[in-house]
Design a protein around this ligand. Structure first.
Ligand SMILES: Nc1ncnc2c1ncn2[C@@H]1O[C@H](COP(=O)(O)OP(=O)(O)OP(=O)(O)O)[C@@H](O)[C@H]1O
Length: 229
């Protein structure tokens, strides 16, 4: 019987980028029960901001979750800094932060308690930056509320503030502008512009398109090509 297989093609725009690779993806394979999604997919992610772009269903969210180790790859190698996911999974995880827009894990915590939790988990957490992020994202009035009480947009701002303050070597952000008010869109755009100048951290940001007019380390486009076996 005919089946549908999705193949990914990789396009990387390399700009002058003297720094070394922070995340190495080698021959990554992954399949959902109904379709192959990644077949021997490789990439080298350097410091700054790399955009992961593609249409609906092209695999952006799945790839972020694979790189975070939240989904178990079928095969392939992931190395973050000096740490291999398969050999040192806890150490690998401790070096990355992923925004999880749909998570309900922290619903019974206040935003401030959540930030304190993140601070305990990330040794390089930037406490001084957190206050600026709370102000810049207009979270002051929400910081003492339980997360279940927050709107989708405010919750996303909490994840974003934690992501930028985490100090993680690798920060994975899915749809950074979704459900945000225009002032916050502008603020997050500025944060991403600053992040693009980082030499010791890397951000992989998934969206439908890259932010126009910002410095970018690379753009990776995922495309889904339906083929019949
Ligand atoms: N839990 C799941 N079980 C089975 N298939 C899934 C699951 N999650 C995603 N998929 C499929 O994997 C493919 C990629 O989905 P994914 O959400 O990663 O894409 P995306 O680029 O992030 O899309 P969007 O921008 O719409 O979120 C889609 O065909 C989707 O239907």
């Amino acid at each position: 019987m005919a089946s549908t297989k999705k193949e990914k093609r990789l396009f990387i725009e390399n700009f002058a980028q003297p720094h070394s690779t922070l995340l190495m993806v080698n021959q990554l394979c992954y399949a959902w029960p109904q379709a192959k999604l990644f077949t021997n997919w490789s990439a080298r992610i350097k410091p700054g901001v790399t955009w992961l772009i593609g249409d609906d269903g092209s695999g952006k969210t799945t790839l972020l979750r694979l790189l975070a180790g939240h989904l178990v790859k079928t095969s392939g190698q992931l190395q973050l800094g000096q740490t291999d996911l398969d050999l040192q999974p806890s150490q690998y995880s401790s070096q990355l932060f992923i925004t999880e827009p749909g998570t309900e894990k922290y619903e019974q915590m206040t935003a401030l308690d959540y930030f304190a939790l993140v601070q305990r988990q990330y040794p390089s957490f930037e406490q001084h930056l957190l206050a600026e992020l709370i102000n810049g994202l207009s979270l002051q009035e929400h910081q003492h509320k339980m997360l279940y009480m927050l709107s989708t947009g405010s919750k996303r701002k909490v994840w974003l503030a934690a992501a930028f303050a985490s100090g993680a070597l690798l920060t994975l952000i899915d749809e950074p502008f979704a459900a945000l008010d225009s002032a916050s869109v502008e603020f997050v755009s500025t944060l991403l512009k600053l992040a693009a100048t980082q030499t010791t951290r890397t951000y992989l940001v998934a969206d439908y398109q890259a932010l126009v007019g910002t410095p970018t380390t690379a753009i990776i486009e995922l495309t889904a090509t339906d083929m019949t076996n």
